[in-house]
Design a protein around this ligand. Structure first.
Ligand SMILES: Cc1cc2nc3c(=O)[nH]c(=O)nc-3n(C[C@H](O)[C@H](O)[C@H](O)COP(=O)(O)O)c2cc1C
Length: 156
C-alpha cells in the first residue's frame, strides 16, 4: 500500500507528527508539505493521511482546500486524519466543523497528536493572547506521539 502523508504545519509540530508517521511506515509512505512547491498525484497512492493543527478552532486553510478539491479521489482511498491542538478535550468539535461528514465518516482513523507552544516562535500579540489562554508565559508541551500508533498500525 502506497501512502501519501499530506500536511500543513505552522511552527513544525505537525511537520514532526507527519515525519514520525512517515518514518514508521517506511519507504512506501511519502510526505507532501502543502506550504512547499512540491506536488503529488493522488493516482499514485492507495492511502492518504491528512495532517493539520487547529488555530482558533480552524484547521489550516490549505489542508481544508486540499480536502475539498480532492474529495472525490480521497473517498476512493484509505484515509485518516492526524489533528494537532493544545486543547485535549474539544478537538472533535472543530474537526466536525472543518471537514465534510463524507470524508470524516470515510476515514479509518482520526487521531489527536496533541500540540506544543513555544513562545519564541510567535510575535508579542500572539504571545499575549496565548499567555492568557495557557495561564502561563512559558512553553507548553502536550505532545501525544503515542496516539500516532493507531494510524501507523492501520497503514502499515
Ligand atoms: C494562535 C494560536 C491559536 C491556537 N488555537 C488552538 C485551538 O483552537 N485549539 C487547539 O486545540 N489548539 C490551538 N492552538 C495550539 C496549536 O494547535 C499547537 O500549537 C500546534 O502544535 C500547532 O502546530 P503547527 O505549528 O505544526 O501548526 C493554537 C495555537 C496558536 C499559536
Amino acid at each position: 500500500m502506497k501512502t501519501l502523508i499530506v500536511y500543513v504545519s505552522g511552527k513544525g509540530f505537525i511537520k514532526e507528527a507527519a515525519e514520525r508517521v512517515q518514518k514508521a511506515l517506511g519507504s512506501h509512505a511519502a510526505l507532501l508539505d502543502l506550504k512547499s512547491k512540491s506536488k503529488a498525484d493522488l493516482k499514485d497512492y492507495d492511502a492518504v493521511i491528512l495532517c493539520g493543527a487547529f488555530r482558533a478552532g480552524m484547521q489550516p486553510r490549505k489542508i481544508k482546500a486540499y480536502a475539498r478539491k480532492n474529495e472525490k479521489a480521497l473517498l476512493t482511498k484509505k484515509l485518516a486524519f492526524v489533528l494537532g491542538g493544545l486543547d485535549t478535550e474539544e478537538y472533535r468539535l472543530p474537526f466536525e466543523k472543518n471537514f465534510k461528514e463524507e470524508l470524516r465518516s470515510h476515514a479509518v482513523a482520526a487521531v489527536h497528536a496533541g500540540g506544543r507552544y513555544i513562545p519564541d516562535d510567535y510575535s508579542g500579540f500572539i504571545r499575549n493572547m496565548m499567555e492568557k489562554i495557557n495561564k502561563s508565559s512559558g512553553a507548553v508541551h502536550r505532545e501525544k506521539w503515542e496516539n500516532l500508533d493507531t494510524v501507523i498500525k492501520a497503514f502499515s
